[in-house]
Design a protein around this ligand. Structure first.
Ligand code: UDP
Length: 328
């Protein structure tokens, strides 16, 4: 199959590219390198098995000429290009909204023109501030006021889902909507807020681990390779067309326990420092207290199994960060 991955030089996009190349897909990437990096693709570009099947275009999803050519060429589009990371979104609110809403509409418009399948990478952020678990695709959604800019990200991702579903209903476009829950693995950057690379880096430097709030907030973390295998499998499923799916893991952990686990696994002398939210972020910042997906729906349509446990995921990330530090 010929696949186009928007945001293919990003953390998740680059793993998806690898998974597709492994099963003999031809892979086209469009990425403006705003948060992605060609370093994420270097090992694939240097691999002789892939060199005739990997094509990288450094460009934006607002370039109609490039999109026209690429969507015309490919059989399926994985739309992963987006503003990502809580820190990035708070620092770049306008650009984030434009990329996530107008950029997605542009991709969908081109897919509709050529009647190409398209998978939309939405986010667990769309659920807003629920406390119950597990979160189901049919759940209501609870947001805070528009004065708190975090909700603009949740709203823009939700709008992506509405636009995609509208294309499905109006044009018969084959869309697949996925809500990704805290996807983690080697190469993820801590620069935009992501907690695991931040804690591991702090632990390896024997610096305090910066746990925000009281550390009782919890997440489930999913290994990026388990996630991208799921994304690739979904677009082959007829039953998944026009549907919304949670894609995540089910092993819940608080940030305080995560920090303790990382200190233990790295053998670090770091201590834990509780940082009040108003010092870590802007005034009135709201965190999500809890986020656990229900994954029964996706399991009904594909053999989805987020089997890599947190201990193993951390082993991979710690080894990668140690190697990168040694190489510098
Ligand atoms: N977090 C933290 N310390 C950090 C970075 C993040 O305690 O240095 C917390 C953050 O407040 C949130 C959780 O870790 O409760 C996950 O944050 P991340 O930005 O990785 O993802 P989110 O689930 O918020 O999108």
């Amino acid at each position: 199959m010929r696949v186009l991955i928007t945001g293919g030089a990003g953390f998740i996009g680059s793993y998806l590219a690898e998974t597709c190349l492994e099963i003999n897909d031809e892979v086209y990437i469009i990425d403006n390198l705003s948060t992605g990096s060609l370093d994420n693709l270097k090992h694939l570009q240097e691999d002789s098995r892939y060199k005739d099947r990997l094509f990288v275009h450094v460009d934006t999803i607002f370039n109609d000429k490039a999109l026209l050519e690429l969507t015309g060429t490919c059989d399926v589009v994985f739309h992963l290009a987006a503003a990502v990371g809580v820190r990035y979104i708070l620092a770049n609110p306008l650009e984030s909204i434009r990329t996530n809403i107008l950029g997605t509409e542009n991709v969908l418009k081109h897919c509709a023109r050529f009647k190409k399948k398209v998978l939309i990478a939405s986010s667990s952020e769309v659920y807003g501030k629920h406390l119950h678990a597990p979160l189901l695709e049919t759940d209501n959604i609870i947001y805070g006021p528009s004065s708190k800019s975090r909700w603009s990200y949740a709203t823009s991702k939700l709008m992506d889902e509405f636009i995609a579903l509208a294309y499905h209903r109006t044009n018969g476009l084959n869309v697949f909507i996925t809500r990704l829950f805290n996807t983690v693995g080697p190469r993820q950057s801590g620069a935009y807020g992501m907690v695991i690379p931040r804690f591991v880096s702090q632990a390896l430097h024997n610096a305090p681990l910066t746990v925000y709030g009281d550390g009782t907030q919890s997440r489930t973390f999913t290994y990026v390779k388990d996630v991208v295998r799921g994304l690739r499998a979904l677009v082959d499923s007829e039953a998944a067309v026009g549907e919304v799916f949670n894609v995540g893991g089910i092993q819940e952990i608080t940030m305080l326990d995560l920090a303790r686990m990382i200190i233990r696994k790295t053998g670090s002398g770091s201590r834990i420092e509780l940082i009040p939210y108003d010092q870590a972020f802007e005034k009135d910042f709201e965190d999500m207290q809890r986020r656990v997906p229900g994954i029964e729906k996706i399991k009904k349509v594909i053999a989805y199994d987020p089997k890599t446990d947190l201990e193993t995921i951390l082993d991979h990330i710690i080894a990668h960060m140690k190697n990168s530090a040694a190489a510098q």
